[in-house]
Write a protein that binds this ligand. Structure first.
Ligand code: PDD
Length: 289
């Protein structure tokens, strides 16, 4: 990693301390934009087509044309990763509706603002994986388009902070009695050996890590089901974990001060975690795309 990270801004690579965006950018003024977080292992982009597909969907969801093709995104990300020293990184991409006088209406003939940065992907503290993490459940106060990866994350920030303030690592959100996802993660539970996770829809982000976990379960004969989960079912689960690009599959051993299963990361999580690590190794070895 070079000392000052190199970022991408509107067609140029430049040192982060020289990258500036106008105060009239609609991302700053309205939170009018979408983002992606893409992990990189051994300088290889993780599930890049899946991330780009979700980016397409998010852009369509806010009615903003994709300013680049998949091939162009791919090339730009690879250059960004290389300029920042390769290895394990986490790319953050943000696209906003550009710079225009403040007006709720979409501006015309205004280019999108494109910003990407890549920072070292820090491994999780070992203890979180051996002892498990803690979560609390909170009411899902977000809007009804949570499948869009919008940069406007104020509810998620408030919910995550409430969890942190209570000594937990994540907030698990409940809408109309049903579990949706975490403040910045998807949720899984295990009951009688069957992995369960809520189905996709407008109330949760279709996580790329979530989809890979289901794909790995299917490929390895691990029973799994996409179904509604109530808060009570979650608290009575044999195992639970959250998934995200930055936290991979993180076991939850306590939710709302209740112990989940045996209180230690369970056997199904261990199997899925091993499969996930093997997938990363295969990516680094160039055996999967
Ligand atoms: N967030 N749900 C929400 C609300 C999220 O913010 C995230 C990830 C996920 C998991 O998605 P994925 O597996 O594709 O990372 C689910 C990223 C990491 C973030 O905002 O930093």
């Amino acid at each position: 990693m070079t000392e000052t990270p190199i970022v991408y801004l509107n067609g140029r690579f430049l040192p982060q301390d020289q990258a500036y965006v106008s105060v009239l950018d609609r991302g700053f003024i309205f939170g009018d934009g979408v983002y992606e977080v893409i992990p990189v292992y051994g300088a290889r982009l993780f599930r890049i087509e899946e991330h780009l597909k979700r980016l397409d969907d998010s852009l369509a969801g806010i009615r903003l044309a994709n300013p680049m093709t998949h091939v162009e995104w791919h090339e730009m990300f690879e250059m960004l990763v290389e300029k920042n020293g390769g290895g394990e990184q986490s790319i953050y991409l943000q696209i906003t509706r550009g710079v225009a006088p403040r007006d709720h209406a979409f501006p015309t003939n205004t280019p999108a603002t494109i910003f990407a940065t890549s920072s070292p992907l820090k491994p999780l503290p070992r203890e979180l994986l051996t002892s498990g993490a803690t979560a609390i459940t909170l009411e899902d106060i977000r809007w009804k388009h949570c499948h869009i990866k919008a940069i406007a994350l104020l509810p998620n920030i408030l919910l995550r902070q409430e969890a942190l303030d209570s000594g937990a690592q994540e907030a698990i959100l409940i809408r109309d009695g049903l579990v949706t996802e975490g403040a910045a993660s998807n949720i899984f539970m295990v009951n009688d050996g069957v992995i369960k996770t809520p189905p996709k829809g407008p109330f949760l982000l279709p996580g790329v890590t979530r989809d890979l976990a289901l794909e790995l379960a299917a490929a390895n004969g691990v029973p799994h089901q996409e179904c509604n989960i109530s808060r009570d079912e979650l608290l009575q689960a044999d195992e639970a974990w959250i998934s995200s690009s930055t936290r991979e599959l993180l076991p939850l051993t306590h939710i709302d001060n209740q112990t989940i299963g045996s209180g230690t990361p369970g056997p199904v999580w261990q199997k899925m975690y091993r499969l996930y690590q093997a997938y990363k190794e295969a990516l680094i070895a160039g055996e999967v795309e």
